[in-house]
Design a protein around this ligand. Structure first.
Ligand SMILES: Cc1cc2nc3c(=O)[nH]c(=O)nc-3n(C[C@H](O)[C@H](O)[C@H](O)COP(=O)(O)O)c2cc1C
Length: 171
């Protein structure tokens, strides 16, 4: 099973999630959309993910999806986001990915999130301060993000099961 995993990241969590996902497949290529623009042709499965900033996926993934959507539409695919507020994930997924994309994907999921304050720019730090203020105003007290490794394992498992089922139906 040839798997393409592409991601867009600002502070590295979508990259970490991509590498962890890749570990569950024997033939996976991982690609950072900041530096590459891989063509999904020839892969059996495509997985794409992005870190979230103020409710939005990052521009490199938006651009890649705009360019390749017609090609990946009929493919076996999985979608993930990395975000800190897990309860907001369903809304973030709805706001960023079309119904057609979500319904035609094997799995659409938040894999959790994290951030290394060292990697944040000064502007990001300020933005995060404002976000925290907003969250505290909404009585959301926990803003302690981490990647959810059990979800990453389950995500890979769902992809494998669905592709295996498809192969069996083809026989
Ligand atoms: C400036 C800023 C804005 C953020 N906005 C949101 C948000 O709206 N919702 C959310 O759930 N997490 C938000 N987060 C948390 C990130 O989505 C989380 O740290 C994620 O792991 C980042 O992924 P990345 O490192 O791949 O870019 C924000 C983080 C920063 C620094």
């Amino acid at each position: 099973m040839r798997v393409l995993i592409v991601y867009a990241t600002r502070t590295g969590s979508a990259a970490k999630a991509a590498e962890l996902l890749a570990g569950y497949f024997s033939d996976a290529r991982v690609s950072n959309l900041e530096n590459e623009n891989p063509n999904p042709n020839g892969y059996d499965v495509v997985i794409f993910g992005s870190g979230i900033r103020f409710g939005r996926i990052l521009p490199p993934l938006e651009r890649w999806l705009d360019q390749y959507w017609d090609r990946i539409r009929p493919m076996s695919k999985g979608v993930y986001i990395c975000n800190a507020l897990i309860d907001e994930a369903p809304k973030i997924l709805r706001d960023n990915f079309s119904l057609q994309l979500r319904n035609s994907s094997i799995v659409v999921e938040s894999l959790g999130g994290e951030f290394d304050p060292e990697k944040l720019s000064q502007k990001d730090r300020l933005m995060l301060k404002l976000k925290k203020k907003e969250l505290l105003g909404r009585q959301i007290k926990s803003f302690v993000p981490c990647l959810l490794t059990d979800r990453i394992e389950a995500f890979a498992g769902e992809i494998k099961d669905a592709v295996r089922e498809k192969e069996i139906l083809k026989l």
